[in-house]
Design a protein around this ligand. Sequence first.
Ligand code: FES
Length: 134
Amino acid sequence: IQPGQAIKTSWRKQPVFIRNLTPEEIAEANKVSVGGLRDPQSLAERTQPGKEKWLITLGVCTHLGCLVRPQDAKGATGFACRCHGSRFTADGQVITGPATLPLPYLELHWDAAGQIVVDRNKRAEPSFRLPPKG
Ligand code: FES
């Protein structure tokens, strides 16, 4: 997946977005005032050093479980839920709306060939970090 590209797969019939964030998208995520977030963690705090570019989230709103959509069509990054208007940053943090938690993550690791492997059987805690490439 090249920088700026994304793929969509599924987990238990729910969408999973895997994006390789561009440096600009990382910069945008880092510009968000963490103190204003409902779950105040920066992108750097949610990822391993050097791995901030991998955004792998469930596309499920943390308000009532509706599916979210990427906002790329209007030039904005991040995700939006049409049900009650929750909006999320490119790294899944809540910006506005009734959702109180960031978009959920799935547990993942690097395989021996250097590929990211998503464990579709485990949801990761918000504090989960992508382990160092082994
Ligand atoms: Fe997404 Fe309500 S389900 S805002």
